[in-house]
Design a protein around this ligand. Structure first.
Ligand code: MOS
Length: 758
């Protein structure tokens, strides 16, 4: 029998399993989009703008056209009318590229050179001379000429207000009032932002790594005025996404136009530095936090105001106050967010887009308040822990925050911490212990899938799902095997093709919940068909039995008392070939037409922070030790412990990697990563992975991960909370808090580097 969290003794859900696609990946057989074979492809190379603001007066193309092998050069003057402007990550207007002579940001695509070879295209691209009419750009927050825009509640973001936070703060016996900053960051997945377009008559096939098969298909169809059925996207594997491959970018439609013009497939493999400006990034943010508390530590007031950078035309924002307002019991809450428009490319999703930059200030402020009150930081969280959403009074679907703190604290050895900052030393090293809350909303979307089962016990599931490195193929195989009573190896999984049934884009950590719940529903449909046929059969051991009492396990239909009929017998009663079902799953709380929206490439998501019935988040606690050298101020992070409770864990092996990878990225985000901007010209300076600092093995020590068991009966039928993003969320603040504990220096701006401590 399955328990309510979906696990069964002897089942596959909850058992560690190596990746079914692991061998293909390590042997090079896994086909990433740029690897897809095409006949006689031409190559594209991008020309990007050398200014951040202004207009293109003209282009001198003669020298470029003279390069042997050059086939075509696209720019606004010759193709500007052929493509509708792209949409930003929020579905609203963003910067355009070849549609006009306008330059919105440095590194904008201004021409596409197509040639017989990559080398010829590149050589010609460097011979394109652009005549600009340059204006002075505004780079970031304090640059003259930026425009602030206060945001209002919309479909995806809200700005909770409750009670009177200003009055409660003014009257509070203990106050914390501080400002924080987070930097620009870029995802830098190993696989570049490639696109290959192939036309076959009216049909366009796009090979492009994407986190949203149907979203990309619909976006390009709209831009080119094509019927949806004539656009196919293929992305069997993506070499990392982290959000950067979540929203369509402008390049795709232009490569399609180029392929139509030269009447050949066209392949684009942009450079690493171009990826910094032709795709998205995590925008820099600023925060103002005010916490008012009783001497006991109980919060009386929370105010969180945020500011985020975006491009001139786009108001894309992440607005993490939707999350921070829901972390702790507090009677008076005020939140507000503004977008600050600058001459920059439009930002986008990056691992835990709202929560990573917004939990940093809240969790630093909680640590500062704990210090002010003389209360242990873990105890301050316990005093303000709650099972009721402080914004709207709903219950959490489940909330195991303090269990995570207790498990991680024990493993970490928090009891050894002397609370006095600067008091713990090891030779020349100042030792600091820091911790913080982690969380991520548990989102789920509608999904569709096709599933078949043969009498030989082979199953095949097909869906337009996404493998971006998370283990999505294996996830599907485990769930189907579990539910149909097969071995994981008996399940064939096909994904990464928009000719298959649509699922939501792999973002917002929804993928596991959305796709496993539809897979389980499809399995249940097959079980039901087999059970019904068995009880209605004139002969057979289950004739006349209750179909609800028949389960699939160990390649058999199993009834009460353990009576079994081999799967071959049960399936053959319906077909000697295969039983196939097509299933749609629309999670509770979504409109009935949510499935129809999927077929339009639209995401309609049940968002954990703002469900009507419950508030659904996964929670965690992250601990880190830092060591700061007494003389050089070198900062090391030799060990970290992270504990998470996220409902049912389908594959603990893959989950461990997700959690650990997230925690490593958190350390990277706190101590290494920042995209530097030359403020005079609004240009990214370190746009390569030599100068954009990321940790190497020597920067990362012990990384412990603890799974805190949690059964969530309310979040969704399988009890699954997403885990793709939570691993990074708490680590920024944990590191900053540990640096304070080591040194007594409170650094409120990331990343924290030697120069901040000298
Ligand atoms: Mo995630 S940043 O929503 O791909």
């Amino acid at each position: 029998m399955a328990d309510d969290a979906g696990r069964r003794p002897g089942g596959h859900i909850g058992q560690p399993h190596v990746r079914i696609d692991g061998r293909a990946k390590v042997t090079g057989q896994a086909r990433y989009p740029a690897d897809e074979p095409t006949t006689n492809p031409a190559w594209a190379y991008l020309v990007i703008s050398a200014i951040a603001r202004g207009r293109i007066r003209g282009m001198q193309l003669e020298a470029a056209r003279a390069v042997p092998g050059v086939l075509d050069i696209l720019n606004h003057a010759n193709v500007g009318q052929e493509v509708k402007s792209p949409m930003g990550p929020d579905g609203k207007p963003t910067t355009t590229t070849l549609e006009s002579d306008r330059v919105w940001h440095d590194g904008q695509i201004v021409a596409v050179v197509v040639a017989d070879s990559f080398e010829a295209a590149r050589e010609a691209a460097y011979k394109v001379v652009v005549d600009y009419e340059a204006e002075t750009p505004s780079a970031t927050f304090d640059s003259p000429g930026v425009q602030a825009e206060a945001l209002k509640t919309d479909a995806t973001h809200s700005y909770p207000l409750k009670g009177d936070a200003a009055a409660a703060f003014a009257a509070a016996p203990v106050k914390l009032d501080a400002r924080y900053e987070t930097p620009t960051q870029h995802h830098n997945p190993l696989e570049l932002f490639t696109t290959t377009c192939v036309w076959d008559g009216p049909k366009l096939t796009i090979y492009e790594p994407t986190q949203s098969m149907w979203g990309l298909k619909a976006a390009v169809a709209r831009q080119l005025g094509l019927d949806l059925v004539n656009v196919r996207t293929v992305s069997r594997f993506a070499g990392g996404g982290f959000g950067g491959k979540g929203a369509p970018t402008s390049r795709t439609a232009w490569i399609a136009v180029a392929a139509r013009r030269v009447k050949r497939p066209v392949k684009l493999v942009p450079t690493r530095d171009q990826g910094f400006t032709i795709a998205t990034y995590r925008a820099e943010t600023q925060h103002h936090i005010q916490l008012g508390a009783e001497r006991s530590g109980r919060l009386l007031a929370l105010s969180h105001e945020g500011w985020e950078i975006s491009s001139r035309p786009s108001s894309y924002n992440v607005s993490g106050t939707t999350t921070t307002a829901r972390m702790y019991a507090c009677p008076n809450i005020a939140t507000k967010v503004s977008v600050v428009h600058a001459d920059r490319n439009t930002p986008g999703f990056m691992r835990a887009p709202p929560d990573t930059p917004y939990m940093f200030p809240l969790e630093c402020a909680m640590d500062e308040l704990a210090h002010e009150l003389g209360i242990d930081p873990i105890e301050l969280r316990r005093i303000n822990d709650t099972q009721t959403d402080p914004v709207d009074g709903k219950p959490y679907s489940s909330r195991s925050l303090m269990k995570c703190f207790d498990a991680a604290a024990a493993k970490f050895g928090w009891a050894r911490r002397n609370p006095q900052p600067g008091s713990m030393r090891d030779g020349d090293w100042l030792v600091g212990y820091g911790c913080a809350t982690s969380c991520y909303p548990s989102n789920i979307g509608p999904a569709t899938a096709r599933l078949s089962l043969t009498p030989q016990g082979k199953a095949a599931i097909q869906l337009a799902g996404h493998e971006i490195g998370t283990g999505a193929y294996t996830l599907m195989a485990i769930v189907v095997a579990d539910r149909l009573g097969l071995a994981v190896e008996d399940v064939q999984v096909t994904m990464g093709d928009s000719d298959l049934p649509p699922v939501p884009g792999a973002g917002g950590s929804n993928n596991a919940a959305s796709t496993t719940n539809v897979a389980a529903k499809a399995c249940e449909e097959i079980r039901h068909k087999l059970a019904l046929a068995a009880v209605q059969a004139g002969a057979g051991i289950f004739a006349g039995a209750d179909p609800a009492g028949l389960k699939l396990a160990d390649r058999a239909l199993v009834g009460p008392g353990g009576r079994r009929e081999p799967l071959a017998t049960a399936v053959s009663r319906i077909s000697s070939g295969a039983i196939e079902v097509h299933v749609e799953n629309v999670p509770q709380g979504l409109a009935p037409d949510a499935a129809a929206a999927l077929y339009q490439g639209k995401m309609s998501m049940s968002r954990g922070a703002e469900r009507k019935d419950v508030t659904a988040f996964a929670f965690g606690a992250q601990f880190v030790e830092v060591r700061v050298h007494r003389r050089t101020c070198e900062i090391r992070a030799p060990r970290a412990v992270s504990a998470f409770a996220a409902g049912t864990i389908v594959n603990p092996l893959a989950a461990h990697s997700q959690y650990q990878g997230g925690a490593i990225w958190g350390i990277s985000s706190a101590l290494h990563e920042a995209t530097e901007i030359d403020r005079r010209v609004a240009r990214y300076v370190n746009d390569n992975i030599a100068d954009y600092l990321i940790p190497v093995n020597a920067d990362i020590g012990e990384m412990d991960v603890i799974f805190v068991p949690e059964e969530d009966h309310r979040v969704n039928p399988l009890g699954i909370k997403g885990i793709g993003e939570i691993g990074i969320v708490g680590m920024n603040a944990a590191v900053a808090n540990a640096v304070f504990h080591a040194t007594g220096r409170r650094i409120r701006k990331l990343p924290i580097r030697i120069e901040d401590l000298l």
